[in-house]
Design a protein around this ligand. Structure first.
Ligand code: TXA
Ligand code: MG
Length: 338
């Protein structure tokens, strides 16, 4: 990544182009947030319904009051503690934020990404448009599909529909940001993500309400439009297995069921599963929750590349990033249509 590339990307943004940007969570499909026409193109390229708001990425927490109409004390505290980082704050929208960005809502999602390339791009944009540097960016995948965690994933999904892809290597966190809504009586987590709820609670001094409980009703997450039950889905059918008990026996039974139907079966687990049947494909183990989160989307894409029909997934244990991984896997396993 050269500084010329960053400058060219910033120039593209002010000219209305779309640039894929690496962040620590997943790659984003970015447009200059103050260009409603470019932002509208994001929705077209992604095939995303217009009501689904985009996250606005900023260069620093000090810019919050330029993009939010009101900055509650809790927002300043969370920003100081976790930005740059995998946390999105939903605040009341500043009137300068185009309504196409927020899906017509009175609120705006804001975050400062912890990735040197994203921050360099925001700094370059700020040199071209002082005080106005903000990038509206959803994950750089087609609607409903698995978020990209490498530049190659972005290219595979979006081809020529993106004007430039900045390659910042594989994402370190690997799952999307945690979203907290601070516009209500109590902080409410709208999406589990890369920042652990336990860390949030420590800084907030209270346990936030969680709209989308990891093992609860997936539709409860509909407060953040786009958090549909069926989301983050690979083509393979997913069978989820709890890590408790005799994992090997349960996996073997699930493999036998899948293989009975003449289907191609693969297994993804935190650790190697002993005594797998020969006809099952074993994906490289995902490791403990933090590693699991980092490699999850790549493994789901790998299953599709291997033309797997049934992917048996041993879940990570509950708690911390384990809850986020479980949330995404539950959504990936949910089909609204066959
Ligand atoms: O880690 C991330 O958050 C990545 C990177 C690129 O920053 N972005 C991402 O964007 O995951 P996207 O568009 O795929 O998901 C954004 C989620 C959606 O579920 C959307 O509904 C929610 O954030 N959201 C954004 N603004 C909101 C708002 N004002 N109120 C409620 N939900 C909001
Ligand atoms: Mg997304």
């Amino acid at each position: 990544m050269t500084s010329e590339e960053i400058e060219r990307a910033a120039q593209l943004l002010v000219e209305g182009g779309l640039v894929a940007v690496p962040t620590e969570t997943v790659y984003g499909l970015g447009a200059w947030a103050l260009d409603p026409v470019a932002v509208a193109r994001i929705f077209t390229v992604k095939g995303r319904p217009a009501g689904h708001p985009l996250i606005v990425h900023l260069g620093s927490g000090g810019e919050l009051d330029r993009w939010a109409a009101e900055v509650p004390e809790s927002a300043a505290r969370l920003a100081a503690a976790f930005w740059p980082g995998p946390l999105t704050l939903v605040l009341s929208r500043h009137p300068r934020v185009p309504s196409v960005v927020t899906g017509g809502r009175p609120t705006v999602g804001l975050r400062v990404p912890a990735h040197p390339v994203a921050l360099a791009l925001l700094a370059a944009l700020d040199r071209l448009r002082p005080g106005d540097a903000a990038i509206a960016a959803p994950s750089a995948n087609r609607f409903g599909r698995v978020s990209p965690t490498t530049a190659a994933h972005v290219r595979a999904d979006l081809d020529d529909d993106v004007d430039m892809v900045l390659d910042g290597g594989p994402c370190a966190v690997g799952v999307e940001s945690t979203i907290v809504d601070l516009t209500g009586e109590r902080p409410e987590v709208l999406r589990l993500g890369g920042l652990e709820i336990e860390d949030l609670a420590r800084v907030l001094g209270e346990m936030p309400v969680v709209a989308s409980a990891p093992d609860g009703d997936a539709s409860a997450g509909a407060r953040a439009p786009g958090m549909l039950a069926s989301h983050y889905a690979p083509r393979a059918q997913l069978l989820l297995v709890e890590p408790a008990g005799d994992v090997a026996a349960r996996v073997a039974a699930a493999v036998a069921r899948g293989a009975d139907g003449g289907r191609r079966v693969a297994v993804l687990a935190p650790e190697a599963v002993l005594d797998l049947p020969d006809d099952a494909i074993e994906l490289e183990p995902a490791g403990p929750p933090e590693d699991y989160a980092r490699v999850l989307y790549d493994r789901l894409r790998q299953a599709d590349r291997l033309r797997v029909d049934v992917l048996i997934v041993v879940l990570p244990p509950r708690g911390g990033l384990g809850d986020t991984v479980r949330d995404r896997l539950r959504r990936a396993a949910t089909r609204t249509s066959p």
